[in-house]
Design a protein around this ligand. Structure first.
Ligand code: MN
Length: 255
């Protein structure tokens, strides 16, 4: 059976109606997810399962964890800074505390159950937050660098800067190289790395672009491989390794 991969989603509130939302009716909140994640999960041999943000969820969460084979934490708005013990700083973007609460809770349960987890961009920053790390709320305000990490001036699949990859890390095993061209759509970055997370990739300015936990069942990247994969086929490899690891784990569990 193909592994079921839960995918976190945007929580689009009714109040965003006025900002030009094109679907549904006034008064309706919505969930949303870019198709890139689902396409990559399918191409890599998994089945995507979109997870809406649901308040009051304790039972629901345990049931999700028991039925899914892996979790993909996706990109999205900034994480509520109080979650990593900082006040709001200059340059902070939109925050959706309800989404943070839901995702941090499901993430914690996933980790306690040994469910494999892959974080991309916001998802990467979310994992770092759960493990007690912190963020630069805005790279331009807090980090001296001449690399533009907010690559909005180019198409989604465009390489923007290179990363250096630690040998034998999860990312290294996926791409089998020490240097990789990646896109970059983040205005925040890890400031303090979470406890037990091992840095596995950096941009040339020292910004952390990848990490994993020792068992490599928890991995994260700061760039967006799912946006690149359609054009830069190589980027699918990280999804393939994630799903292959899940299959391998399942074989081991079954004896
Ligand atoms: Mn970057």
């Amino acid at each position: 059976m193909r592994p079921l991969i839960g995918i976190s989603t945007y929580y689009v509130k009714d109040r965003e109606w006025g900002e030009g939302r094109k679907r549904g009716f006034p008064g309706q909140d919505m969930l949303m997810s870019t198709m890139d994640y689902s396409r990559c999960v399918v191409l890599a041999g998994g089945i995507p399962v979109a997870l809406p943000v649901i308040e009051d969820n304790s039972l629901y969460m345990d049931e999700i964890i028991s039925r899914l084979d892996g979790l993909l934490f996706t990109g999205g708005p900034d994480i509520y800074p109080i979650r990593y013990n900082q006040h709001f700083k200059k340059g902070l973007g939109l925050v959706v505390p309800e989404r943070d609460e839901f995702e941090l809770e499901i993430l914690e349960r996933a980790i306690n159950s040994g469910l494999p987890v892959f974080g991309i961009c916001r998802g990467f920053q979310l994992i770092n937050t759960l493990f007690g790390g912190s963020l630069h709320q805005d790279i331009k305000e807090e980090v001296k660098t001449n690399i533009e990490h907010v690559g909005l001036m180019a198409p989604k699949f465009s390489g923007c800067h290179t990363i250096r990859i630690v040998e034998n890390s999860f990312i290294f095993k996926a791409f089998e190289k020490e240097e990789l061209m990646v896109n970059s759509f983040h205005h925040q970055a890890i400031s303090k790395i979470g406890e037990g997370l091992i840095e596995t990739a950096w941009a040339d300015d020292g910004i952390i672009e990848g990490f994993e936990r020792k068992d490599s069942l928890v991995v994260g990247v700061q760039w967006h491989p799912e946006m690149m994969a359609e054009i830069q086929k190589e980027q699918l490899k990280i999804f393939q390794l994630f799903i292959n690891k899940i299959k391998e784990k399942r074989r081991n569990c079954n004896g």
